[in-house]
Design a protein around this ligand. Structure first.
Ligand code: DOR
Length: 431
């Protein structure tokens, strides 16, 4: 029997409200026991003294680029970067090449991930064919093949009639629709947040209103259809307020925010660094504060990285021409620890946003350290300082706004189905 004993950590399990020093036993792939001073013969022991022990992180928004753009990332490199960031399960967006709008692509991703990725991978299928926003995909077939949500992420479904039908059909398969909220006409050619920073840079602005108007529309369509809506990478104070009101009205809406939208403002773009370009763009300090407050209050349910690898040659161009997106897995914990240090969220609640809440939104495993749960665990050192170097990371790409920066808070080890798959001193250990 394979046994792993994680000894002496601060066990943070949002599913049972547990926050206390204890040992955790993982046996044959599942959580077997949690409690003080467990005596287990023949177990591999991991010392977690001074560390947090939590359910493995779950990322509901990633781009793993396979099939089709393996020069940026593939399911193996993306999966290794995920576990190095403490993520045991990730969902991946459909903007691959070919687009994941066909069950054969969904099955391909699942099969490749099974052999190549140490993290569990769950595909999100396209809502419309080719992400063109016109013709709906075969949702029932995609869900049967394993799609855990539908999204045209990277693009917006501009036609409200199409979005209405997507929401209606998603109900039949009981899978949420993830909206990338950006009104294309209002965004225009905008590449940074519209405001003083876009003026100073002399670059076209992308206003908060482009996001807010789409969120407002889709909340109304959600009310009409009774479907489940998940708002991807929320970034504006206006959208946050709309989601708050919709929840008060009882709508089935959830939301995610990225580490970058929680900690960086549009001022970070003042040096024209294309590694600060993403969609939606970095916003003003007012927006960042609204996102932080909403995350701590639970109006925003989860932190999701929007891990979006792009090759060096693609980012080494003029700001306006660079593709949007930044790496997210390996820096996520060190970056969001800022909220704990600022006393804006407790460690237990942060773990809920990084893990447990995701299992309410999509059918992904984990999120709990209760006996019988999957043996998906992360061990974290909240005080450890380290300097992030993307060249030494596991992603094939380098596009991070935190390159060369010191972060406080480090993933020490990641366990998937009871197997130690990553240790910060030994690197990724499988496959
Ligand atoms: O920054 C982003 N990058 N936002 C998106 O919506 C798409 C993503 C990508 O695929 O690179």
């Amino acid at each position: 029997m394979a046994r792993l004993l994680i000894r002496g950590g601060r066990v943070l399990d949002p599913s049972s409200e547990r926050d206390e020093r204890a040992d955790l036993l993982v046996q044959d792939g599942s959580i077997a026991d949690v409690g003080p001073d467990l005596e287990v013969r023949g177990a591999e022991v991991v010392d977690a003294d001074g560390c947090w022990v939590a359910p493995g992180f779950i990322d509901l928004h990633t781009h793993l680029r396979e099939p089709g753009q393996e020069y940026k990332e593939d399911l193996g490199s993306g999966g290794r970067a995920a576990v190095a960031g403490g993520f045991t399960s990730v969902t991946c967006m459909a903007n691959t090449d070919p687009v994941n709008d066909d069950p054969a692509v969904t099955e391909y991703i699942l099969n490749r991930a099974r052999t190549d990725s140490p993290a569990k991978v769950f595909p999100i299928a396209a809502a419309t064919l080719g992400l063109d926003g016109e013709v709906m995909t075969e949702m029932a077939a995609l869900a049967a093949a394993g799609a855990v949500a539908f999204s045209d992420d990277g693009r917006t479904i501009s036609d409200a009639g199409v979005m209405r039908r997507v929401l209606e059909y998603s109900k039949l398969v009981d899978v949420p629709v993830v909206v990338h909220a950006e009104d294309c006409a209002l965004r225009g050619d905008g590449v940074v947040n519209e405001g003083p920073v876009s003026t100073r840079l002399g670059l076209p602005g992308n206003p908060c209103l482009a996001e807010d108007i789409l969120v407002a529309r889709d909340l109304m369509l959600t009310e009409l259809t009774g479907a489940r809506l998940h708002v991807a990478h929320i970034s504006s104070a206006g959208s946050v307020e709309l989601v708050r009101q919709a929840r008060e009205r009882g709508l089935s809406v959830t939301a995610e925010v990225t580490p970058h939208h929680l900690t960086l403002t549009d001022e970070a773009t003042l040096g024209y660094d294309t590694n600060t370009k993403m969609a939606p763009p970095l916003r003003s300090v007012v927006d960042v504060e609204a996102c932080r407050k909403a995350l701590s209050e639970g109006v925003i349910d989860v932190v999701a990285t929007d891990h979006a690898p792009h090759a060096v040659h693609e980012k080494e161009v003029d700001f306006a021409d660079a593709p949007p997106g930044v790496l997210g897995f390996e820096t996520a914990f060190g970056v969001v620890m800022d909220l704990v240090r600022e006393d804006e969220i407790s460690p237990l609640e942060l773990m809920r946003r990084m893990s447990t809440n995701a299992t309410r939104i999509m059918k992904v495993p984990g999120g709990s350290l209760a006996p019988g749960s999957p043996g998906d665990v992360v061990i974290l050192d909240p005080e450890r300082r380290w300097v992030y170097d993307p060249a030494k990371g596991y992603s094939k790409s380098r596009n991070s706004p935190w390159a060369g920066q010191e972060l406080t808070g480090r993933v020490v080890a990641t366990v998937v189905d009871g197997r130690l798959v990553y240790h910060c001193d030994r690197g990724v250990l499988v496959p």
